[in-house]
Design a protein around this ligand. Sequence first.
Ligand SMILES: Cc1cc2nc3c(=O)[nH]c(=O)nc-3n(C[C@H](O)[C@H](O)[C@H](O)COP(=O)(O)O)c2cc1C
Ligand code: SF4
Length: 453
Amino acid sequence: MKHILFREHEVENIRELDVYVNNAGYAGLKKALGMTPDEVINTVKASGLRGRGGAGFPTGVKWSFIPKNEPVKYVAVNADESEPGTFKDRQIMENNPHQLIEGALICAYAIQAKAVYIYLRGEFWDLATQLDQCIEEARKAGYLGQNILGSTYSCEVYTHLGAGAYICGEESALLNSLEGKLGQPRVRPPFPAQKGGGLYGEPTVVNNVETLANVPFILYEGPEAFRAFGTEKSPGTKVFCVSGNVVKPGNYELPLGITFRELIYDHAGGIPDGRGIKGILPSGASGPIVPATDEVLDTPLTYEDMDKIGTVLGSASVIVLDDSIDIAWAASKMAKFFKHESCGKCTPCREGTYWIDKVLDRIITGDGAPSDVDLILNVAKNMQGVTLCALGDFAANPIIATIKHFPDEFKRYVDPALKQEKKAVAAPKRAGGAAQGRAGRGTEKTGLVPAGD
Ligand SMILES: Cc1cc2nc3c(=O)[nH]c(=O)nc-3n(C[C@H](O)[C@H](O)[C@H](O)COP(=O)(O)O)c2cc1C
Ligand code: SF4
């Protein structure tokens, strides 16, 4: 398959400016500068491109929200890449950096922004240095800075390193962090696209790296060429980050609409030792887990189809859990992650993540009561839809979905009869501490321990 994003598979050294330019690089920007900003927005709208950062919001529509009469506008590129199991933006920036810069500049021209800020998670310091070099090369060649390619349009591009907090991937926390403030989400409205809601209070488009890296192709090849991939409602390709219990974990850029079965077995090499799959997390820790039934395995990976099976595509960080994985243990690892990453600004999330972690720990160390499972379910349900940002819902998902689909995995820890049975079987192995033993197994076998844990 031809890659839109991972062009290093077809063109060696595409990361270098001259190679990129010789392979249609910056041709999309050139074309955009010959169009009106509205024409550029309409072209992106026609492509049906949806945001790849998580929510899948239509990109052209987002750009059209920026008021035309405001003199100062910005583009913020979300390169925070903080969702557990997501490692796609890194590959794009490492191997095809100019395509991101070009896409961001096209967006900037479409909304008539004065500057682009690429916000990278703190751990991406090496990438920031590489991007800075690319930005300088592009400036020297006339692709950014004053009077881009001889036009009347001027725009600067800067990189900015965060400090490695998950919450700074949330768009309003990202803007706060860029401004040098505490990285906590803002109360909305006003939204980033509105006056008062964006960077330094000016209207701002926040887009993910992968989203923007698609834009040069859309401009240069046309929206129909983009729509040749994927489905009507989810056009284009998507980078699926596959991890967990698969033979070949990695990034796979494939058309939206391939099934879980195709992704896991045809591309990621299946499950080690021929084991079965117990559950799949289609969008890292933040989206609901789904059991690996035939129906699920044959579901196309699109924004609309994930909804039908009760989950979300998110950033498409597909974590596969084989039939040896203890789901209650996995839920507790995710609970710890969200407890650690909650910014603490609103009560249901700050308190809820703390109590879920505490009670779940009690459950998986064998000290829980049967009512504890209902207790954490209740806490999680009370976090849904009432928090300032979506992290509150994300933190509730691992609890609600794992208990819904795998109730027995929790029951065996709290049911007095089953607990005795489990203790008797597990006793010899647990001398070093039961919870530690499970964590060790998970760390080695699944790589499931998220950042920050
Ligand atoms: C807690 C939280 C963390 C997020 N982390 C990221 C992230 O690391 N990268 C990202 O692109 N979007 C992240 N998002 C989504 C952003 O808020 C925003 O929707 C996205 O950058 C918009 O870009 P898009 O329209 O191109 O997808 C996060 C959202 C939340 C609630
Ligand atoms: S939901 Fe959690 S992470 Fe989001 S603002 Fe509230 S406390 Fe902070």
